[in-house]
Design a protein. Structure first.
Length: 406
């Protein structure tokens, strides 16, 4: 395996992120120490290259700086390199300014405790049942038999998607992000995205006619300055909840299990109560950093980490490096479920901070609680299959044998 150098690493290539974890950790350390703001060239794209920010403080500074940076021309490499996002100005994650604030306030109503409490209760019930079933069977693919069934059902509860449509939505979500197979085509992803949009157009029409206590109803019936949201805003934001809420949480759970298996002493600390589930959740999030990067375009010339970033430049913020910055995290390459403080940026920071953070944390907490209660030991029965992405990190398959707790 060749060494991943700062100059040699292609951060646009999903293959790069298939390197062993310790190689990637070394690569990010090189970025932080040798070139903390690094110009990464690309060819055959709408832009000539992008800046790579790898230090915690620089990542934080750009996340919170809405004066000099915008998400409206994309917020991940895939769209930033193509020059924009077709949902800009309508979908929360790629909207800025007053419209972002207004849309976010509507969305936050949908994440109110009144709406979330029953959803979280469902998460705990589901995680407990799935883990018990897996233990009873003895062997399972933890990704496909357990983790896959929690976030999608949770997001579907939140949105008010009927149970009969959930498998269909899961398939579309995976295709839309096309991360599982190296050879997934861009056309398939586009078709899946369009199907998702049509699906939510229909559901929004139903809920406008007969509102219920769910997110689609909140979006379909809310007004901003007396005006209802447009159909496109409703549809794009349902889509963004599905895309934002399903895969990140699923990968966090799968990687959480993977790391517990790799660190049996930490698992014992969790079982014995030496560490709380809450602090374990934060360490899983820091360690996994399921969304490896986000990004922005500069609106004006601005100095970042001592270099001039010009108006129009693409800047990428690498959570997967910031969360291992030794200036902020003591002994960052040690998986320590009791780590405190643990101010990771797995959910971003600033105006676009993840509105699903409470729910994402609840899902991981529910899983760890179920594992702590029902599983004494887990051993791999085959290789974990990593996903293929320059944006998300995790596994699509994790075969394990589970031994029941006494
Ligand atoms: C472990 C799970 C999760 C992780 C690691 C995660 C990560 C993130 C990050 C880093 C951002 C900031 C993006 C940016 O600054 O451009 C974000 C935004 C967002 N997330 Fe999450 N997320 C998770 C779960 C969820 C869930 C469960 C939902 C919904 C149910 C959700 C919905 C969203 C939405 C709508 C945004 C856009 C917010 C805005 O632009 O104002 N996420 N997420």
């Amino acid at each position: 395996m060749t060494t991943l150098t700062v100059e040699g690493a292609d951060l646009t290539d999903p293959q790069t992120f298939l390197a062993p974890a310790d190689e990637l950790a070394k690569m990010w350390r090189r970025f932080r120490t040798e070139s903390p703001i690094h110009w990464h060239e690309v060819h055959d794209h709408a832009v000539p290259g992008f800046w790579v920010l790898s230090r915690y403080q620089d990542v934080l500074d750009v996340y919170r700086d809405k004066t000099h940076f915008t998400s409206e021309r994309g917020n991940v490499l895939a769209t930033l390199l193509e020059g924009g996002d077709s949902a800009a100005g309508r979908m929360l994650a790629v909207t800025d300014g007053p419209r972002h604030r207004e849309l976010r306030n509507v969305m936050l109503k949908a994440f109110a405790p009144r709406v979330l409490d029953p959803v979280v209760a469902g998460v705990y019930e589901r995680a407990d049942r799935l883990v018990r079933l897996a233990v009873a069977r003895g062997e399972c693919d933890f990704a496909q038999d357990v983790a896959e069934h929690i976030p999608m059902a949770t997001v579907a509860d939140l949105l008010g998607v009927p149970a009969s449509d959930r498998d269909y939505l899961l398939t579309l979500t995976k295709e839309a992000l096309s991360t599982e197979e190296a050879d997934s085509s861009a056309d398939e992803a586009l078709v899946a995205r369009n199907e998702l949009l049509f699906y939510f157009a229909d559901l929004a029409a139903d809920r406008r006619a007969a509102p219920r206590d769910d997110v689609v109803s909140v979006l379909a019936t809310s007004t901003v300055n007396g005006e209802p949201l447009t159909d496109q805003e409703i549809i794009f934001n349902c889509y963004s909840i599905i895309i934002g809420g399903d895969e990140t949480s699923r990968l966090s759970m799968i990687c959480g299990m993977h790391e517990l298996i790799a660190h049996p002493q930490q698992w014992q600390r969790l079982i014995s109560g030496d560490v709380t589930v809450e602090s374990a959740v934060e360490e899983v999030l820091r360690w996994v950093s399921p969304a490896m990067h986000f990004g922005r375009r500069a609106l004006k010339d601005v100095e970042v980490a001592g270099r001039l970033v010009r108006a129009g430049d693409v800047v990428t913020l690498w959570n997967s490096s910031a969360n291992y910055d030794e200036d902020v995290f003591a002994d960052p390459t040690t998986f320590d479920l009791g780590r405190t403080p643990n101010k990771h940026v797995a959910f971003g920071y600033g105006p676009h901070f993840c509105p699903g953070a409470f729910l994402g944390r609840a899902e991981i907490a529910a899983l760890l609680t179920a594992l702590r209660t029902h599983v004494a030991e887990a051993v791999p029965t085959g290789p974990a299959k990593p996903i293929h992405s320059n944006f998300l990190h995790g596994y699509s398959s994790l075969p394990v044998a589970l031994k029941a707790a006494r």
